[in-house]
Design a protein around this ligand. Structure first.
Ligand SMILES: [Zn+2]
Length: 281
């Protein structure tokens, strides 16, 4: 389904098998040329991204076969996402909740063939502080259903706010999303989701400003753990903070996203010897 949108942009449907095959290759190349933007990483990929998806022989079970650089998807012991078992949380006041510094910001919206991703037009204004380190917002994007589970349960969707420090280390904040009230903060976004894979020229520019602090109450619990990108190359060393309380989107908003992407979630990974920390204030 990853290439559905790419296919739609092509006009050569009725052609014979050979043409179809060429078309498929073209579509793959198009998708793989997308910047490594979706990943919780902007920095992790130096070479061209291999074609990957969420189903079939390019699905999560096979990511490690697609490129030697993806080997950690199978061999890693600190992979994401995970099932967060609230009964097993370890309170640790020394590991604090991320401190949010978000402001009203203009975003442009990309459909990168794997998700819908929003990139701040001016990105130095939005950052989080975690473990006394500043991480600047790179983008936020969505998965449906959620990638993380809480006590074994998926939510309808999940949003990932991806940040990077000056050394290129990543810190991602995840919030689970449940069906409910319309989310006014994201209203314009969810009425303008780009249906086709975008190029530089077809990025959607939102007119309104979004202050991402509106996704938080400030009182939510935060679960912290050491994990990875949830997309190839699945690099580790990512500081994860997952909010303990979900936010809501309306049925129409969730449907608008799921019409484009359903099942763009990596299955939960083994925790191994990691602990999930209930972050201190
Ligand atoms: Zn993500």
């Amino acid at each position: 389904m990853v290439h559905k949108n790419v296919f739609k942009t092509r006009k050569w449907y009725g052609l014979a098998l050979i043409a179809g095959l060429l078309l498929f290759q073209t579509a793959c190349a198009t998708a793989s040329k997308q910047p490594a933007a979706h990943q919780e990483s902007a920095s992790a990929v130096a070479h061209e991204e291999k074609h990957w998806g969420y189903t079939g022989d390019v699905g999560p079970e096979y990511w490690y076969t697609l490129d030697p650089a993806y080997a950690i998807a199978k061999d890693g012991k600190a992979q994401s996402p995970i099932n967060i078992v609230t009964g097993d949380l370890v309170p640790n006041d020394a590991l604090q909740k991320p401190v949010l510094h978000y402001h009203e910001t203009k975003f442009e919206v990309e459909n990168n063939g794997h998700t819908i991703e929003c990139l701040p037009i001016q990105d130095a204004e939005n950052y989080i502080t975690i473990d006394d380190q500043q991480y600047i917002l790179q983008q936020f994007h969505f998965h449906a259903p959620s990638e993380h589970q809480i006590d074994g349960v998926y939510a309808d969707m999940e949003v990932h706010l991806v940040h990077k420090d000056a050394q290129g280390n990543l810190a991602v904040v995840g919030i689970l999303i449940r069906e409910g009230q319309e989310n006014a903060l994201l209203e314009e976004l969810f009425t303008k989701l780009p249906k086709e894979v975008t190029s530089e020229e077809t990025l959607v520019h939102l007119e309104g400003l979004i202050d991402l602090s509106g996704l938080f109450t400030g009182n939510e619990t935060m679960y912290r753990y050491d994990g990875s990108l949830t997309t190839p190359p699945c690099s580790e060393g990512v500081k994860w903070s997952v909010a303990g309380q979900s936010i809501e989107l309306s049925t129409a908003q969730i449907t608008a996203f799921k019409t484009l992407y359903t099942g763009n979630n990596r299955p939960v990974q083994n925790l191994y010897d990691r602990k999930v920390v209930l972050a201190g204030e």
